[in-house]
Design a protein around this ligand. Structure first.
Ligand code: ZN
Length: 241
């Protein structure tokens, strides 16, 4: 694109170019859920399948005096960051912004006006609707390319993209139910349990009593073997003769 020649400059520094211009930091900010604001507040960005939800928080205790002013200031600061993050993350579709509640209508208007002004800088087409009584603003943003997260990331293979895995207690109780369920092999002398090392520790430390009760009830010893390569939620039960 020879026409754009004047917009391009060769970088010949020794430092990696991403470090030199702080791009690495901006990318990590753009991929995280929590983005801090200078005032100590922060925003939480959740990119769901059908919509993006952004939540604004004050982050620390705000005194009763000038509460409304502090909140409005945080909301206005959030407006700039939200507009920047939406551009950077290239979010599209329906976007829901949850600002901190403001009592005065004039302050709500300030925030909406600031939002609309900020989005004038956006090359993508945006449409900001008014603020609901709960302080929620609905907006849309039209984009053509995939969002940054979809471009640079893939769903977490460990939690399957859910963002959560079962707690150790839940896994242990699932395991105990399985032990009670599957013991019609009367000839078995013991039960061998294969679990992730962290679950083995949890069984010994937190569930020892339940473990002993189960052994007594089933009339069999339970031998625990650890499997380094297991997923935390994974376990296997074998009868030993
Ligand atoms: Zn995960």
């Amino acid at each position: 694109m020879p026409k754009l020649k004047n917009n391009v400059e060769l970088y010949s520094g020794d430092e990696p170019i991403f470090d030199h211009f702080g791009v690495e930091l901006e990318i990590s900010r753009a991929l995280g859920r929590k983005v801090w604001l200078k005032s100590g507040g922060y925003i939480i960005v959740d990119e769901a399948e059908a919509l993006v939800a952004i939540d604004v928080n004050t982050g620390r205790y705000v005194g009763k005096r000038n509460l409304e002013d502090t909140i409005t200031k945080t909301n206005l600061e959030a407006v700039k960051e939200i507009a920047y993050q939406l551009r950077l993350r290239n979010c599209g579709g329906i976007i829901v912004l949850d600002f901190i509640d403001m009592e005065k209508e004039s302050n709500q208007e300030k925030v909406i006006t600031a939002l609309k002004e900020e989005f004038l800088k956006d090359r993508a087409k945006t449409n900001v609707l008014n603020m609901s009584s709960l302080g929620i603003v609905e907006m849309t943003r039209k984009r053509t390319r995939e969002s940054l997260v979809r471009t640079l990331c893939e769903p977490c293979s460990y939690c399957d993209g859910k963002g959560f895995i079962k707690s150790k207690t839940t896994i242990c109780y699932e395991l105990f139910r399985e032990l009670h369920r599957d013991q019609d092999d009367k000839a078995a002398e013991a039960i061998e349990l294969h679990v992730h090392p962290e679950i083995a520790d949890w069984l010994y430390d937190e569930e020892r009593e339940m473990l002993e009760e189960t052994e007594e009830k089933l009339g069999r010893r339970i031998i625990i073997k650890t499997e380094e390569k297991f997923h935390l939620e994974q376990f296997e039960v074998f009868s030993k003769h």
